[in-house]
Design a protein around this ligand. Structure first.
Ligand code: GDP
Length: 445
């Protein structure tokens, strides 16, 4: 249902991506487009306004992560805020209460209440291993009770025997009594809906609620109805009180706005998504996943999250490739590697990327490379000229003195480092050979 919004935002971000650096004017322009996209997706204006200003607040002054362009950073901020707006963490329907736990389903007629009740019953039986009783309180719509009975059979759960002429509150009471007597864990009360919200409906639902004292009161709302769904949710929240929302027909071509506004307007989490008519087409609502789906940019988001890690890995891989090719290992490489070592938790991690180096790793375990030493060694290399780093053999006595002074260490330390570099270069060559062999073996298998 989010295709339109996704497409629209995709265009905005594509344009951003083509730029190198992002000025404040660019951010403003981008957010203007995001604003239009949200409005077109049927998100209510006040919600959009809040969204934009919150994103702007977050974006301004935000440090752009190394290796990520500013546009990607904006996408990440929009994504994170979308996730927050959708409720942050996923919230499951809660069954944590003394049995029998009553779950009351409310909503307008045709919203998918009966179907969702049966879907939920099936899920509780299969996933949570619960004994579930379904009860229809809809005494108005012809054959509504029979419909639920049929669905209960399909879901392989119990259904309350129908007593014709019984009133909704009485049905709810009977359902709870039978559930307690017969050892059911969960009772799902499927209340009657109306075509429109009216006082009679609200009074009845409220009466059932005060009698049955449900642990959860879930509004079933049709995503296809857009802003109406949000208004309906608000009314139910004000008049009856809700604990969660199930959004149905998400498989249709609704524009997604309802999902976005639902949480902020009602203050209640969307817990479930109905994805079709079949009983297994029910999903837990995961704000983060939905935000990624709306943006259509889950890849960029995880890219930003893993930015530092990715960059380090790339450098390590480059170095590994260089070593495997057997080309020279100079002091620049060593400095890079020392940095990597600090970040990646030692030599083991990096060499782990090369094939066939298990023995080497064991030797390196003894090296006891501690952080302070690594920092000092890095400082020594940084005190060298680029030429010296590429050609360590030119570093004679006077250069050593200068380097030692520049890095706050002794000539002895410089000597030690140069010796270590030689050892490493030698070892790298060996690793390179081993690596090639390892790769060939891999190739022949
Ligand atoms: P109720 O009046 O609120 O109880 O609504 P029903 O459960 O009887 O659903 C009305 C219609 O919507 C039925 O034809 C259902 O099969 C269909 N329906 C319910 N949920 C979904 C859904 O998530 N996706 C789709 N495509 N159809 C659904």
């Amino acid at each position: 249902m989010f295709e339109n919004l996704t497409g629209r935002l995709g265009e905005v971000f594509d344009r951003l991506k083509r730029r190198g650096a992002l000025t404040e004017a660019d951010v403003t322009a981008a957010l203007r487009e995001v604003r239009i996209a949200l409005l077109e997706a049927d998100v209510a204006l006040p919600v959009v306004k809040d969204f934009i200003s919150a994103v702007r607040e977050r974006a301004v002054g935000q440090e752009v992560l190394r290796g990520i362009n500013p546009a990607q950073m904006v996408i990440k901020i929009v994504h994170d805020h979308l996730t927050d707006m959708l409720g942050g963490d996923a919230v499951e329907v809660d069954l944590n209460a003394p049995a029998p736990v009553a779950i009351m389903m409310v909503g307008l007629q045709g919203s998918g209440k009966t179907t969702t009740s049966a879907k939920l019953a099936r899920r509780f039986r299969l996933r949570d291993k619960k004994r579930v009783l379904l009860a229809s309180l809809d005494v108005y719509r012809p054959a509504a009770q029979q419909q639920l009975e049929v669905l209960a059979k399909q879901a392989e759960v119990g259904s309350l025997p129908i007593v014709f002429g019984e009133k909704p509150v009485a049905i709810a009471e009977r359902a709870m009594k039978i559930a307690a007597r017969e050892g059911y864990d969960v009772v799902i009360l499927d209340t009657a809906g109306r075509l429109h919200i009216d006082d009679v409906l609200m009074d009845e639902v409220a009466a059932v609620k005060s009698k049955a004292r449900p642990h959860e009161t879930i509004l079933v709302a049709d995503a296809m109805t857009g802003q109406d769904a949000v208004t309906i949710a608000k009314t139910f929240q004000d008049r009856v009180g809700l604990t969660g929302i199930a959004l149905t027909r998400v498989d249709g071509d609704a524009r997604g706005g309802a999902a976005l506004a639902m949480r902020s307007v009602t203050g209640k989490p969307i817990k479930l998504l109905g994805q079709g008519e079949k009983l297994d087409q029910l999903e837990t609502f995961h704000p983060e996943r939905i935000a990624s789906r709306i943006l259509g940019m889950g890849d960029v988001v995880s890219l930003v999250e893993k930015a530092a890690e990715t960059i380090d890995r790339e450098e390590a891989e480059k170095l590994a490739a260089k070593i495997q090719k057997g080309t020279g290992f100079d002091l620049d490489d060593m400095a890079k590697q020392l940095r990597q070592l600090r970040k990646m938790g030692g030599m083991k991690g990096m060499l782990g990327m090369l094939p066939g180096v298990a023995k080497m790793k064991a030797q390196l375990n003894d090296a006891k490379l501690d952080e302070k030493i690594l920092v000092r060694q890095e400082a020594i290399i940084m005190s060298m000229t680029p030429k010296e780093r590429r050609n360590p053999e030119i570093i004679k006595a006077s250069r050593k003195k200068r380097i030692a002074a520049g890095s706050g260490s002794s000539v002895q330390d410089v000597n030690k480092l140069l010796k270590q570099h030689q050892d490493m270069a030698k070892m790298m060559k060996q690793v390179g050979k081993l690596g090639k062999k390892g790769m060939m073996r891999g190739g022949l298998q």
